[in-house]
Design a protein around this ligand. Sequence first.
Ligand code: PLP
Length: 404
Amino acid sequence: MPFKPANNIQDLQYFGEFGGVNPSISDSSTYTFLSAKTMFDTFEGNADGCYLYSRHSSPSNLYLGEALAAMEGTETANVTSSGMGAITSVFLQLCNAGDHIISSRTIYGGTYAFLKNFAPKLNINTSFIDITKLDIVEAAITKNTKVIYCESVSNPLLEIADIKALSKIAKRHNIKLVVDNTFSPLSISPAILGADVVVHSLTKFINGASDTVGGVVCGTQEFINELRNVNDGASMLLGVTMDSLRAASVLKNLRTLHIRMQQHSKNALYLSQKFESDGLKTVYPGLKSHPSHNLFKSMMNIEYGFGGMLTIDVGSLEKANKLMELMQQNNLGYLAVSLGFYKTLFSAPGTSTSSEIPEEEQQNMGLSDGLIRFSIGLDADIKRTYKMMRSCMEKLEIVKPKIK
Ligand code: PLP
């Protein structure tokens, strides 16, 4: 039976305390106990169903966590105050001083900066490699390697990780495979393909409203318990807790994710095909020209498509900036970082979300100056959007006018 992530979310039933169709929001940081003994037992982790203090867990956070675990097919999940809160606590839980991480070299700039600049202060060192080359991944493993880290669809180059193959390598060497699935929720289910831990920035498609930051770690009950442990759990001790009010609002948005992803994917596929036939260097996993198009197809939950992210290369940063400004003036989207909004968002990653990566390394990995990253919106009339985008490109002589 194919895995049905959206059905799994919808099959969950949470009722409010007065029979509300939405669960009640737990607007409390602390919880009373009828007996001191139960409080002690809760502290020790031995009183199931009891809440102690909301940095540890709260009903609203558990509801959202369980829905995201159902989406990813993991035993459970822990929601966090941001995607970076999720990612950094996973690294710090899995690695001790002296340990080693293998990471894809094309990842979100913040994650790259953490691994490159921050983790070495704790003597945790990272080899950045081309994750699409499995022999290079294997060759980078040392006796201290604890984690292989990648994004299912990488930010911003849209490289695709072969999660099944990476999982086999990781298992053979007793290493954890951690996958950031922010760019491809519902479309790809990394845990089903063998990832040990799946993280997301909820800030993006999952919440979809660009009104908050948030994150999640999906994994086994054992690992999530470790993250929440009062004595040495990274989530608990670093305090990367999501607020209950926000957890309740993200849960409501999560329930329409499948419809939004279908529309993001449909619009992105249409635009990528048009841009490519206009002669623009276009990268989108749904295009046959994408080097990992077949790999994506072999991993995907077909009904959600190839996702909402695409890139084009317009040749220079100057042209990229002019085009983005002109598209914004024409209300075709916003010149903004982030992704997953109803409106198209565009930015030049080299000078924004990937600016943490030194210029020389950007060049080595193929992150060119003229690259524009698009998060395609939910536009009702994508044909009209395309025509207007094309006319902006004609004006700036990025594409030649069509001969009538
Ligand atoms: N992972 C990816 C792929 C991202 O694009 C981002 C942010 O842009 C993050 C993680 C970090 O998430 P947050 O901004 O919610 O901390």
